[in-house]
Design a protein around this ligand. Structure first.
Ligand code: GDP
Length: 449
């Protein structure tokens, strides 16, 4: 009997210990998932947001209100002035707003596949509904599948027609969440600061869906947003870091200028002390140390040394000179060709290069079998081999696109291509090329912004 009791006690202890260890494990799991959550947020960068819409629909007022809410909290007494970018901290998380004139935030997409912003806020005045520029932005949003939030603005006015505006948007192809789609919308008043917190919450929700990672371990790269030449400090450029970390002493190159970062400051609205280890991706910074003013909108990247930066600029200058001299030599020829081609805005001119004769033939067959009636394709050059400098210069002279199938664009030529803004598309899947050409053909049917 005694032995049976002892055995029962023994088992009880074992069971109790098991339960205790399970509880401990559960606690650990909870702790680590909390940690994961914090870690994940640490690895995310702030979303980069720009505001678009028809003139007078309230873009500037909205940006000012968002910024002032922030300024009021962080830096009381600061005078409102126009800035190209600012950061709003909301419930511990940052959102970077950039103010790009007109459709500049989309310009990159149209040009070379790179864009500045992650999220677009489409501002629509609910008293007016969709207007021509609203429609233009909607077309771009749909075409490029831009992550968008609609700000249904000026709801403080008696004449506001919220539902009618929503219906118009749905009819235009913006699938609003409350109509069964996935696009979030928030009724706001930028002027009266109504629902701005809801708007920012939606931005963060969308940013979470997009999983915007903070790529700090990469080579530093970003975009010049704004340039100021202040007598006391020389050139100050506001830059947006896209990847990598901005550090004191970093050597940056942007087109024909370079910079040894003497000083960099966070723009207003976010905690300067966060950047002791370097300026992080997704944030704008004012950078001092430029040899000459860079161009707003241009890309900058880190170069290993001053020597390399100077060398790279020299190379660029040489390429420009070569291009100019070639242009002079061919100027009468170029004039002739340009005149012929300039009249014909409904034709897509292509210089096609491919790795083998077989693939070139297959590609040409596919490209010329299109059925868009209002526009046509004209292949002005088709050859086997890599894309050459002469291909780029020829394409530039007649505003043709250069298509490369299974061939590369040399690094040196990329500089020339970028400088002359020649549309070059290189792909190793035939249908990737066909899609590109289709898109470009559709563009010919659209108004140019
Ligand atoms: P933008 O051209 O899109 O930048 O428009 P603005 O921000 O300059 O605004 C145009 C006009 O609309 C200005 O007179 C603003 O004061 C006014 N406005 C902007 N937002 C609101 C709003 O929410 N309610 C009201 N009633 N007026 C607004």
């Amino acid at each position: 009997m005694l032995q049976t009791n002892k055995l029962a006690q023994f088992y009880q202890i074992i069971i109790f210990r098991r339960l205790l260890s399970i509880a401990k494990i559960n606690q650990e799991i909870k702790k680590s998932s909390k940690l994961n959550l914090i870690e994940t947020h640490k690895l995310l960068r702030p979303p980069i947001v720009s505001v678009m819409g028809h003139v007078d629909h309230g873009k500037t007022t909205l940006l000012d209100s968002l910024r002032n809410t922030n300024v009021a909290e962080n830096e009381p007494g600061l005078i409102t002035q126009h800035v190209s970018s600012f950061v709003v901290n909301f419930e511990g998380r940052d959102v970077t707003f950039i103010d790009t004139p007109g459709h500049a935030a989309f310009a990159g997409i149209r040009g070379r596949g790179a864009k500045i912003n992650d999220i677009t806020i489409l501002v629509v005045d609910t008293n007016e509904g969709i207007k021509p520029q609203t429609q233009e932005v909607i077309d771009l949003i749909l075409k490029y599948e831009i992550p968008t939030i609609v700000a249904l603005n000026k709801i403080d006015r008696k004449t506001s027609k919220l539902e009618a505006t929503e219906e118009e948007l749905v009819d235009a192809g913006i699938e609003l969440e409350n109509y069964g789609g996935s696009v979030m919308s928030v009724p706001i008043s930028g002027l009266k600061r109504l629902n701005l917190d809801k708007l920012v919450r939606c931005i963060l929700k969308l940013a979470d869906r997009l999983e915007l990672h903070s790529l700090e371990d990469f080579q530093l790269k970003g975009r010049i947003l704004e340039v100021n030449t202040q007598f006391s400090r020389g050139t100050v450029a506001t830059v947006l870091v896209e990847r990598g970390l901005l550090k004191l002493g970093s050597i940056l190159q942007s087109d024909l200028t370079w910079c040894k970062v003497k000083q960099f400051q966070a723009t207003e609205g976010f905690d300067h002390s966060l950047f002791v280890n370097g300026g992080k991706p997704g944030y704008p910074f004012r950078v001092i140390g430029w040899k000459s003013p860079p161009t707003p909108g241009a890309i900058f990247k880190e170069i290993s040394s001053e020597k390399m930066a100077k060398l790279s600029i020299k190379q660029l200058q040489t390429l420009e000179k070569t291009e100019k001299s070639l242009n002079v030599k061919d100027s009468s020829e170029k004039e002739k060709i340009t005149r012929k081609f300039a009249d014909d805005s409904k034709t897509l001119y292509l210089v096609v290069k491919a790795d083998t004769a077989g693939s070139l033939e297959a590609l040409l067959n596919l490209l010329t079998s299109g059925k868009l009636e209002e526009v046509k394709i004209e292949i002005v050059r088709s050859e086997v081999g890599a894309i050459l400098q002469s291909d780029l210069i020829y394409a530039d002279s007649i505003r043709a696109h250069v298509i490369g199938f299974n061939v590369k664009l040399d690094e040196d030529l990329k500089v020339l291509q970028k400088n002359l803004k020649i549309p070059v598309f290189v792909h190793n899947i035939v249908y990737g090329i066909v899609d590109y050409v289709k898109n470009e053909l559709e563009d010919l049917l659209e108004p140019v912004y």
